[in-house]
Design a protein around this ligand. Sequence first.
Ligand code: FE2
Length: 382
Amino acid sequence: MSATLHPQSLLHPSETGTAADDFMPLLGTDHVEFYVGNAKQAAHFYRTAFGMSLVAYCGPETGDHDRVSYVVQQGKVRFVLTTALRSQHTIAAQVHQHGDGVHAIALLVEDARHAWEQAIARGAASAAEPATLRDERGEVTVASIHAYGDTVHTFVERRNYGGAFLPGYRAIDHDPVARPVGLLHIDHMVGNVGWHQMDKWVDFYERVMGFRLYQHFDDKDISTEYSALMSKVMANGNGYVKFPINEPAEGRHKSQIEEFLEFYNGPGVQHIALATHDILHTVSSLQQQGAEFLRVPHSYYTELEHRVGHIDEPIRDLEELGILVDRDDEGYMLQIFTRPVEDRPTLFFEIIQRKGSRSFGKGNFRALFEAIEREQQARGNL
Ligand code: FE2
């Protein structure tokens, strides 16, 4: 147990790799593909609750007879919701295993074949060899490697591709349902791995993808009376892509990571953090549109100014919405977490606004984990 939190902040963005020694330059996150039980309804949730716009579709009408995908987008956040049309399909098997969840974290690169070859040469297992997809709008090259569990990383190379998403997809020009809330881009995506597996995956991201350790937290930093975990944040050379990796640590009861691993039936993506420039607006819109968030007690806000000093946002407004604040020596950040977006207690989202801080919210871990534990308790999983 620990109330004082001391993350080891290891790298400034300027200290991460230079272009010359970055063997796998990443331009950012291209998209995230989810395998789901019912893509039509999942897409509707992201459109109505998260305000994303439907921009592309593929399925039987476009010549794909065993799967359907809906592409939804807001700012640079692009999700692909994919479902199998037939029970024998591998996508159906994965949904049976995991429930709805993230299958692919797709990374935008200059040269997908080169990125894939670099990863394979450094020990990655191939999930899909490089393939160039073409239609009348141009071509896109994709290739994939296996990461933790059934999660894959897909390298996406777009050379002047003018279509809505990928060749084979039909563009949707206007979405009358979408109600944008100010989501800008993915700040980070967190993976949960099994007992004592964190360092194995830290090594994978260092060795195979050229990432470096950005921050780490041990179980003294991240524990409550019941729940403990350890986390290392990996960042790529230019710092655009950040993947914290969590593993469970010994606690009195089952930790939130163990609950995830049990219900996801293995390692997988725990949460996706989405950035905004105006968290008060974004979160109040999301709440009005039906997104559900974790709440912390009133005492969090009575102690807030003492802990983080002066902030621009009225504390009353933050409390009303349930937004958390943390500060480091470079500034502060505001964040809030949704409840799981599936019935299984697995994937959830974070909304984050950074005002100088590079923190992942260490000062909030305790209040947050106690909120998660109250929900675990209500599910009978603590
Ligand atoms: Fe996060």
